[in-house]
Write a protein that binds this ligand. Structure first.
Ligand code: AMP
Length: 281
């Protein structure tokens, strides 16, 4: 695996692939790698000739009181996982390479930026869009892979690619979970053993909501019930049941439904979602 922190050296290597007509799949991450990330790497390998992974903890997507300063750094373990998974290139830049002096972007996002995670993390998706656009400009991938785990992020990036007419195919990978059902996340490292057991209730409750909905129970009642259950274990940020394509209220034209939730457990904010096809539509 080639490792670069310099943009120009990275681009020379990527140009040499392109000269041989080799396609490039890109998986952006913030490190602290786990099976969820590695599943995206494996998907990337199916989609292109060469796989580039970035590890960059992007300061602009963290809020003031968030965990930027203590975000897990497991770089040497990450490198061996990437080598085991036959990644071709790791791009691991410092912040001043990603954001050189005077760098400025203002990417226009649609109104879904301000709902769900965007409501409790103001500016977060602006930071995400900024770094993803910058990394796309540097890597110029044919395909880029994102996890359904960050479902709102996935839709915002798809929208950005469409708005800017970028020639990049955005693919998504399913959520990888622990046996307990807890969605894998780098931040799960912050959980104690007992908290990790409690955390598994999030997926359980979302799944019960889905089953209730598919059994034709009334949605309002199901959401209220899920709220109560979530509040029993967590401090609730939000739980919403929306059209999965628009993140707006369900209408007669809705074909896919998204159940999305974020909760706090101690200092950790957990997010999860379930996307499924609506019955009889
Ligand atoms: P992060 O390192 O948290 O920025 O995540 C990098 C990529 O991995 C994003 O596209 C995430 O959506 C994805 N990802 C994170 N956790 C999971 C998971 N449990 N299953 C699948 N993809 C994930």
């Amino acid at each position: 695996m080639h490792i670069f922190n310099d943009v120009v050296k990275l681009q020379l290597a990527l140009d040499s692939y392109r000269k041989k007509n080799e396609t490039i799949a890109f998986v952006p991450t913030m490190g602290g790698l786990h099976e969820g990330h590695l599943s995206l790497v494996r998907l990337a390998k199916q989609k292109a000739d060469k796989v580039v992974v970035s590890i960059f903890v992007n300061p602009t997507q963290f809020g003031e009181n968030e965990d930027f300063d203590k975000y897990p750094n497991t770089l040497s373990n990450d490198k061996s996982l990437l080598i085991d998974n036959e990644v071709d290139v790791l791009f691991n830049p410092d912040a001043d390479r990603v954001y050189p002096d005077g760098f400025a972007t203002d990417i226009k996002l649609d109104s879904t930026e301000g709902i769900l995670c965007g409501a409790s993390r103001p500016g977060h998706f602006q930071g995400v869009a900024q770094v993803v656009k910058r990394l796309f400009d540097i890597v110029k991938p044919d395909v880029a892979i994102f996890g359904q785990k960050d479902y709102q992020q996935l839709l915002i990036i798809k929208q950005m690619v469409k708005n800017l007419s970028l020639d990049i195919d955005i693919k998504s990978g399913d959520i990888v979970r622990q046996k307990s059902g807890l969605a894998m996340s780098t931040r799960n490292q912050y959980l104690s053993t007992n908290e990790a057991i409690t955390a598994a209730n999030l997926y359980k409750i979302l799944n019960e909501l889905k089953q209730g909905y598919l059994n034709n129970q009334q949605l309002d009642l199901l959401i209220n019930q899920a709220k109560k259950q979530l509040e029993h274990h967590f401090k609730l940020d939000y739980i919403e049941v929306l059209d999965a394509n628009t993140l707006r209220q369900i209408t007669d034209n809705t074909h896919e439904i998204a159940i999305l939730s974020a909760v706090f457990l101690g200092p950790v904010r957990l997010i999860d979602n379930i996307i499924f096809r609506r019955k009889n539509v």
